[in-house]
Design a protein around this ligand. Sequence first.
Ligand code: DAK
Length: 259
Amino acid sequence: MNYEILQIEIKEEIAIITINRPKALNALNTRFFNEMDEAIESISKNKNIRVLIITGEGKAFVAGADIAEMVNMTPEQGTAFSKKGQNTFNSIENLRIPVIGAINGFALGGGLELAMACDFRIASSKAKFGQPEVNLGMIPGYAGTQRLTRLVGPADALYLLTTAELIKADDALRIGLIQKIVEPEELIEEVIKIAQIIASKGPKAIEKVKYVTRKGLNMDFEKACDLEADYFGTQFKDEGEEGMRAFLEKRKPEWKENY
Ligand code: DAK
């Protein structure tokens, strides 16, 4: 596919997707979803990539779903548009490698929903967050009601969902919506450093810890603990033996490159 909206860069084991439609504050349209589906599929097939970073160009991460594209939709088209976006965001969340949101500016509506499909978020001190759909007589359509509630709890989620207030990075940090705030000019550099730390760990351990954490969220607690025990066990042969031996021998572990 010829990408028009996304820029994809691969730096060693780290992939960076930049949403580059700054004139419309990176608003999400059908073209974006088609490109993102293709990008995620190709990244999922590339076994050399260990971490994905998603960011935006200009003053917005993403200012929401494209209001100009949505304005004339019928209810049936709206539901289809919503399902399409949900599927794309689910495929980001379900990617086998960690996905970091580098939130450079406005993350509003569908933009915050995209940010929440990432595994965690590092934000510029200038970023702003909100679910302003009710201003437009709408509600979130890309699982925002669900992911926001699971991330910050029902009271903070409903505060944001019903007031449509835009909050600053320090408030987003306080409620657990983001994990760290950095100066705008240091954002990408800092997120790449975090990605490099993750990429230095056992690749199978990283994949499994993401899978068990995510999968367990939708399971009964005891069954989730059984899942963890199973994956813990398999990791002894996959990487644990080398990792623990390296510790005792006071050397760096050497992870297998390919599986
Ligand atoms: N869609 C389309 N264009 C947008 C946009 C958006 N969400 N946000 C900004 N733009 C465009 C503006 O129209 C403007 O275009 P021109 O006039 O230059 O052609 C350009 O980007 C620059 O924006 P501003 O001039 O407004 O820039 P400011 O710095 O003054 O203001 C702002 C920045 C982010 C505060 C403001 O642009 C703003 O309030 N934007 C709208 C934010 C918003 O309401 N976002 C939530 C969108 S609703 C569903 C599926 C999904 C959803 C709902 C239902 N189903 C299918 C059921 C999700 C909905 C949303 O995400």
